[in-house]
Write a protein that binds this ligand. Structure first.
Ligand code: FEO
Length: 175
């Protein structure tokens, strides 16, 4: 049985994960608009990952007998000045999400909710990967600088990224 405080905090994080998906879809649209389909693909894959993160919270709330309360999702930004600015925004956003996940763990500990604490450890580990992945794109773009050839090569590489539901912790596809 989840405490009201824990249930509210998990519902807030469900909303935050849906916002992440919305933000990354907006970034995908930006990349499509500047003719970088590989980067757009990267963001579309990230969006699917965020939906799996959201659904894991949804399923946990339902399995715990708590109510899922869907709230309004904020509108994301729509314009950025460069691929590097987008990648840096992704990294900053993932760092913010890491902070939110750690706050959830703090609440679980304060509530003596061992089951939720165990559930959240998957996210703690996932955020390490999420930040490392975003940081590697930032570093690649910094190395490339303004080289059109470099951006073209990286775009091709980003186009090969695929969504893997097994890696994302969802075994039945995106819910
Ligand atoms: Fe749901 Fe990218 O963290």
């Amino acid at each position: 049985m989840l405490s009201d405080r824990m249930s509210t905090a998990l519902n807030d994080q469900l909303n935050a994960e849906l916002y992440s998906a919305y933000l990354y879809l907006s970034m995908a649209a930006y990349f499509a608009s500047i003719n970088l389909p590989g980067f757009a693909n990267w963001m579309r894959v990230q969006r699917l990952e965020e939906l799996t993160h959201a659904m894991k919270f949804y399923d946990y709330l339902v399995e715990s007998g708590a109510r899922v309360e869907l709230k309004q999702i904020d509108a994301p930004p729509t314009e950025w000045s460069s691929p590097l600015e987008v990648a840096e925004a992704v990294l900053a956003h993932e760092r913010k999400v890491t902070g939110l996940i750690h706050k959830l763990v703090d609440i679980a500990i304060e509530e003596r909710d061992h089951a939720t604490n165990a559930f959240l450890q998957w996210y703690v580990n996932e955020q390490v990967e999420e930040e490392a992945s975003a940081d590697s794109v930032v570093q690649s773009l910094k190395r490339i600088g303004d080289s059109p050839g470099g951006i073209f090569m990286l775009d091709r590489e980003m186009g090969q990224r695929v969504f893997n539901p097994m890696v994302s912790g969802i075994h039945g596809g995106v819910g």
